[in-house]
Design a protein around this ligand. Structure first.
Ligand code: 6PG
Length: 238
């Protein structure tokens, strides 16, 4: 059973199938956008990398949205050339962003091709004008990492942490990355983790047992929602 503080911060949403989880995520993204745009005229969203969000991004192509009010950021990026097939920004562009009318100046890729330190410094400046994201999407790695915050490395979960961190020696290739800090990722009105795949079972178990995995360092004031494939919960856990 999760610890009491764990249960207060993390809300676990179980879905019988990956398709149901993806549909729920698309709905949540659209709801967050409509709310932000009606209240503030803009929607600032941070995209997750990896493979889990791919079909969600593809489904977002056909969303009925006021794209002119959307501002896109990235939770992390691999230090690869801009058009490298393994770039998170390229995955998002091919599956979604190249197919909708978000003004190009409102899509803010992490300039990770500059290398970890230079890109982290640049992106920290880019984010300086954004106090709170409206929505942050995150994945979960097999070892409990999220974005490019890996076990044994500084998650940047103190108020003085820079918004973007240079990452070296990442256990998930490539070794050099840039990641938003845990503190910056948690400065959001809504945070949704997207967790599918048998390989995530142990990380989910550790998380729910209150272990200090990097994902657990993302503690937004309003708590975080974890969209989870129900099969990843062992036994008949509540
Ligand atoms: C990355 C991602 C990373 C990812 C998890 C889950 O750049 O690799 O940002 O944090 O979200 O590793 O990856 P999958 O979705 O591919 O399982």
């Amino acid at each position: 059973m999760p610890s009491s503080s764990n249960a207060e911060i993390f809300r676990w949403h179980r879905y019988s199938t990956i398709s149901e989880l993806e549909a729920a995520a698309v709905q949540a993204i659209q709801q967050a956008a409509q709310q932000a745009i009606s209240h503030r005229g803009q929607f600032h969203i941070v995209l997750a990398g990896g493979t889990t969000p791919r079909r969600i991004y593809q489904a977002m192509r056909s969303a009925d949205a006021d794209w002119s009010a959307w501002h896109i950021y990235f939770g992390d990026e691999r230090c690869l050339p801009v058009d490298h097939t393994e770039r998170n920004s390229r995955m998002a562009a091919l599956t979604w962003l190249d197919h909708v009318a978000i003004p190009r100046g409102q899509i803010h890729p992490i300039p990770a091709e500059k290398g970890p330190e230079a890109a982290a410094a640049d992106y920290t400046r880019t984010l300086s004008g954004i106090e709170q994201f409206d929505l942050v999407l995150l994945g979960l790695g097999e070892d409990g990492h999220t974005a490019s915050l890996f076990p044994g490395q500084d998650p940047g979960n103190t108020p003085d942490a820079p918004a973007a961190l240079a990452v070296h020696d990442a256990p998930k290739p490539p070794a050099e990355r840039v990641s938003l800090s845990a503190n910056r990722l948690g400065a959001a009105r809504k945070v949704i983790f997207l967790v599918t795949g048998e390989s995530k079972r142990q990380a989910v178990t550790d998380w729910r047992n209150g272990e200090n995995i990097p994902a657990a360092a993302i503690t937004p004031a309003g708590g975080a929602d974890i969209y989870l494939e129900a099969g990843l919960l062992g036994g008949s856990e509540p």
